[in-house]
Design a protein around this ligand. Structure first.
Ligand code: NAD
Ligand code: MG
Length: 385
């Protein structure tokens, strides 16, 4: 059966992995909308290759270029923030939400409002919007399938079980490129070192988040919203090989885990085909070759990000949106050489310490909290004069 598919963030790493699967299963999917932020050439090429109905460029100033690049293709061109939201609204059986950051929130919410299936990679949108998003999912009867490998693993391990029987949900973490670095070396870590992830090839922002462990912090908040077993039943375990993608322990002592290669096409395929399965070109799992799977407790002294995330969940309201916004600003500042590595999480802690906003009740209020926290983050990073 042919299913229609939209990819918000088609030009990124998750977009590329998704389209790789579509390319290998051309009979199974028809592409509705593809979006990108600023890479007109890449977006136009993908839209032509997959014969999309519409291609949307986030940066509206680039719309004339996109029109030109798509001339004669039959693909409609659109641009700007409202066009991204319209792309989310355009009917599609599955929408893959793969824009990075809170920039993906409004388009993802638009896709949720369709009441069909949203495959979520854009964790920042759920972290920021929290209950506003989960309420919309419930109200519209939407199927929300996690693509984030840990959450996809947990989703699979929970399937067929009663959430009331869960003793622990354990999110595994690779620990990132600096997991074995001494604390005094971390302030000198460079952007080039931070984006060189040992196991996964990903966009720059999530790679830095993995290095600070803020990725695991955001995933902790993401898990809190996706799997309502209570914050006290969620924990994090460092697993350097990234083979066990997460696990669920039940009250009878059974632990179910999902294992697989460190290849995002596995969780993406699981979401695209759910509840069936589809073929992927990923290497089969060769545990004899891997030899050892090791685990250790996270070190929240060297990597305080997961502590901040847990505190934000417990504080509730807009705390997670503030944390996410501050982190986005700080990561961008780190990548452009304005602040040191350890200042990223320090900035988040400083902004959270400024006080918490009134809990946002709808999308506009979440966006307002996000915007305000960004301003405070920029202030927090300014050098003391
Ligand atoms: P990426 O940087 O490779 O791609 C991001 C996409 O978002 C691109 O298409 C880009 O054009 C678009 N984009 C960026 N800023 C935008 C803006 N302001 N407006 C509109 N579009 C914008 O990132 P990625 O690694 O593909 O990650 C995408 C999302 O998936 C992130 O939320 C990330 O946390 C999550 N995720 C990624 C991986 C991975 O392996 N890459 C794994 C799990 C979760
Ligand atoms: Mg993940």
């Amino acid at each position: 059966m042919m299913r229609s598919l939209t990819i918000l963030g088609a030009t990124g790493s998750i977009g590329a992995s998704t389209l790789d699967l579509v390319r290998r299963n051309r009979d199974a999917f028809r592409v509705v909308a593809l979006t990108g932020h600023s890479n007109v050439a890449a977006l136009a090429e993908l839209a032509r290759e997959f014969d999309a109905e519409v291609a949307v460029i986030g940066d509206e100033a680039l719309l004339p270029d996109l029109r030109e690049a798509l001339a004669g293709s039959g693909v409609e061109a659109a641009g700007g923030a409202s066009a991204l939201v319209e792309a989310g609204h355009r009917p599609a059986d599955i929408t893959v939400a793969a824009i990075v950051g809170c920039a993906g929130l409004a388009p993802t919410m638009a896709a949720i409002e369709q009441g069909r299936t949203v495959a979520l990679a854009n964790k920042e949108s759920l972290v920021s919007a929290g209950e506003v998003m989960t309420r919309a999912v419930a109200r519209h009867g939407t199927t929300l399938l996690p693509i984030d490998s840990e959450h996809n693993a947990i989703f699979q391990c929970l399937s067929g079980n009663n959430p009331a029987d869960v003793r622990w949900i354990t999110l595994t973490a690779s620990g990132g490129p600096f997991r074995d670095w001494a604390a005094d070396r971390l302030p000198g870590a460079t952007p080039a070192e931070a984006v060189r992830h040992p196991n996964w090839s990903m966009g720059a922002k999530i790679s830095v988040d993995s290095a600070t462990m803020m990725n695991k912090g955001l995933e902790f908040i993401e898990a809190f919203h996706l799997f309502p077993v209570g914050v006290e039943r969620l924990r994090i375990l460092v697993h350097p090989q990234s083979i066990v993608h997460s696990m669920v322990e039940y009250r009878d002592g059974s632990t179910l885990a999902q294992l697989g290669p460190s290849d995002m096409r596995v969780p993406i395929a699981s979401a695209l085909a759910w509840p069936a399965r589809m073929e992927t070109p990923c290497d089969p799992l060769d545990l004899a070759e891997i030899g050892e799977l090791t685990f250790r407790r996270p070190d929240e002294v060297r990597f305080p990000a997961t502590r901040l995330a847990r505190e934000a969940v417990i504080a509730g309201g807009g705390a997670a949106a503030v944390l996410n916004a501050a982190n986005e600003i700080a990561v961008a500042a780190f990548l452009s050489g304005q602040i040191g590595f350890t200042k990223i999480v320090q900035c988040c802690e400083d902004v959270l310490a400024c006080g918490l906003p009134t809990p946002p009740q709808n999308l506009d209020e979440v966006i307002a909290v996000d915007r305000e926290a960004r301003i405070r983050a920029r202030e927090a990073m300014e050098p003391v004069r």
